[in-house]
Design a protein around this ligand. Sequence first.
Ligand SMILES: [Zn+2]
Length: 348
Amino acid sequence: MTNVRALVLERQHELKLRDIDLPQTVGPGEVRIKIHTVGICGSDVHYYTHGRIGPFVVEAPMVLGHEAAGTVVETGEGVDHLKVGDRVCMEPGIPDPNSRASRLGLYNIDPAVRFWATPPIHGVLTPYVVHPANYTFKLPDNVSFAEGAMVEPFAVGLQAAAKAKIAPGDTAVVIGAGPIGTMVAIAALAGGCARAIVADLAQPKLDIAGGYQGVIPVNIRDKSLAAEVKRLTDGWGADVVFECSGSSKAWETLLDLPRPGGAAVVVGLPVAPVALDIATASTKEVRIETVFRYAHQYERAIALMGSGRVDLKPLISATFPFEDSITAFDRAVEARPADVKLQIRLPD
Ligand SMILES: [Zn+2]
């Protein structure tokens, strides 16, 4: 253990930039990474404001941050696909490779997964981190560190697109234009959708999402989403509907949106159980899919960004220096309507 500086969530509502003991020794199969940029995730903010997410409760001081990119500064024994100086981003969840879920390829739902900034595991808002090389991915030269730190949330979008089983030319509906909703829409378009109808109440967020070719923004403050989807699909409905708002209200009409035989993909997590209209779902044979983080999506995310097909830079709203991390978190708590993703830059 080494004493290093980090952004520590001491308990609910209390953040501190201070020294904390973190492991810095590089074992076999591991790399040490100098962190460059870390994105602030809704989950980091929620631990700050609520001290818990579902069963995960902050019971001891925890370093925040899990959306990160940086540079390899040391490689452990047996690491041959990465070298010192490589620019990388990291998958924050480390599963047990021998677990039954991992052996099925479903390592994201391995109950033993250790995920950065999910209690009791420390996150990466700290200058250096040690991580398994197999969960560390090289960035192409044309993908910046800031974009590299966007790979994590974009991987959620790709997981949702994969679960949707999109066919070329499909019409998608995305409820929620926050960072995840917008990235789900971009992933759905990259996955073959001809258009993504994106719904939200915040016009500035819709304007940002609407900047992407194929996105049709709908402000549900002044329009009924169900009516818009009907109008745009000649009454047939959408091939796939992604629920990314986590709002229980969205569930009241969610199953009216897919076409017969269409899909509803659940990405947002409502805080309490919601009622599900089984009769509507069954009479249309709606396929319902759920998404928990991602598995095998990092290479795909990096490939899309490296090819120039996907540009996530417009979603980065502001960048704060590490010393202003608490200011950055308080800004995230404000939830300004024009803020999509806030990032923190570690010192060079
Ligand atoms: Zn995240």
